[in-house]
Ligand binder design. Structure first.
Ligand SMILES: *Cc1c(COP(=O)(O)O)cnc(C)c1O
Length: 426
């Protein structure tokens, strides 16, 4: 696609955008009396306007029916987790009995590590990505320590040979090098710092070839890119819903467990009463019989208020598709990249850390600024642009296809350039 650096061009793209109707369905924070330019959906997605009514409905039901709400009404709480399955299946490419919404991300990562990190004999190594989000790193380490395996010796933290982003080949060959010593590969779908999107299918295939499991943290992939977890033969995955899925701070996480494991009632797992076969759960006889599929991993009755916010947000995703969102996203992020790199002043002071190949990224661009990055970032915030800062000198800009416009991107680049002139062009 060819772009043009004019406001009229951005306006024209917005006019032609079939998804532009969604923008007005979100609450934008105000800055200087106007809607902020919000590029922080990779950290906390905006509040959909329908969220309030979804939560209010459950508050009212609780107020009027109390405990009877578990089994009565249009959305009985006892089976509330069923309500999100269709949408989660569309977002992940998992089958409905492979996906369930529950808990929070790090909690779920622990549950999945308890199931899928099964060291035995020589097969003890756990491979993660060297720049992994700290929570993922801590979780992995703690599972090794708990079973007496030294992370210093057996946790492999893979870093890119280029010092920047990975090539697919180097990940695959690192997996093959570990051979029969590898128990588990835990990788992100999208790397939170660089925005790199990995070839999950190829990683899982390489892991399987050496007899290892492969699981993914989809915190930055969910709602950002289409995925095909079932077809890609991914063993497990987890995500959060407060980033691109707009379900509110600390909102519901979810997990995917491939049916080849989910349908095995003897697959190891940490268990709770909500994972017990729902038909006999209330017989309370202490003989654990798992629900079929991923629902065997549930522990507790659901957080209904948080789940209501989740359903509200998913109802918006149900009106479009990840394919449509992706089509816009590629254009929107491509426009951002074009404006940044085709302006000689901006281009001179930045480096985009995110891969330039759209197949290897979602919507986020991570931008390294050569000097006075923090002053530029502070200037952006003052000008009503909300985005995030990462040490040492990086801003992450995430134009999301659901609620961002081409005009947002164009305006951002103009403000950014002025701040570069002020703080970096000395
Ligand atoms: C956002 C994020 C988390 C956050 O974990 P919570 O348990 O939801 O607080 C964890 N891992 C990754 C990769 C993330 O991007």
């Amino acid at each position: 696609m060819t772009y043009d650096n004019t406001p009229a061009f951005a306006y024209e793209l917005d006019e032609q955008d079939p998804l532009r109707v969604f923008r007005s369905q979100f609450h934008f924070p105000k800055r200087n009396g106007k809607d902020a330019i919000y590029f922080c959906g990779n950290s906390l997605g905006l509040q959909p306007k329908v969220t309030e009514s979804y939560i209010q409905r459950e508050l009212d039901y609780w107020k009027e029916h109390a405990v009877e709400g578990h089994f009565t009404g249009n959305t009985p709480w006892v089976s509330y987790h069923q309500l999100s399955k269709k949408s989660l299946s569309r977002l992940t490419g998992g089958l409905e009995h492979e996906v369930v919404s529950m808990n929070n991300l790090t909690t779920n990562l622990h549950l999945l590590l308890a199931s899928f990190y099964q060291p035995s004999g020589k097969r003890v190594k756990l491979m993660i990505e060297g720049g992994a989000f700290p929570s993922d790193h801590y979780a992995a380490e703690s599972h090794m320590r708990r079973v007496g395996i030294s992370p210093e010796e057996h946790l492999i933290t893979l870093t890119p040979e280029s010092g920047k982003t990975f090539t697919n080949e180097e990940i695959i060959s690192a997996i093959k090098d570990q051979g029969e010593e590898l128990a588990l590969v835990l990788f992100p779908g999208v790397q939170y710092y660089t925005g790199q999107f990995f070839d999950m299918k190829a990683i899982a295939q390489a892991a399987h070839e050496v007899g290892s499991f492969a699981g993914f943290d989809l915190a930055h992939a969910m709602g950002n890119l289409p995925m095909t977890l079932h077809d890609d033969d991914i063993d497990f995955a987890t995500w959060c819903s407060y980033k691109y899925v707009n379900s509110g701070p600390g909102g519901m996480s979810g997990i995917f467990v491939h049916e080849k494991h989910g349908n095995n009632p003897n697959f190891p797992k940490l268990t709770g009463w909500w994972g017990h076969d729902s038909k006999t759960r209330f017989q309370m006889d202490n003989q654990f019989v798992p629900n079929p599929g991923v629902d065997g991993w549930m522990l507790s009755n659901m957080n209904i208020i948080s789940s209501a916010a989740h359903l509200a947000s998913l109802s918006i995703f149900d009106k479009t598709s990840m394919e449509e969102l992706r089509e816009k996203s590629i254009k929107l992020t491509g426009f951002l990249e074009y404006l940044l790199l085709n302006d000689p002043i901006t281009a001179k002071h930045i480096e985009i850390l995110t891969p330039s190949n759209p197949e290897e990224r979602g919507c986020q661009l991570s931008i390294f600024i050569d000097q006075n990055g923090k002053a530029i970032f502070d200037g952006l915030i003052d000008a009503g642009v909300i985005l995030d800062w990462r040490e040492p000198n990086v801003i992450r800009v995430a134009p999301t296809p659901l609620y961002n416009s081409f005009t947002d991107v164009w305006r951002f680049c103009g403000i950014f350039k002025q701040l570069i002139v002020k703080h970096a062009e000395k």
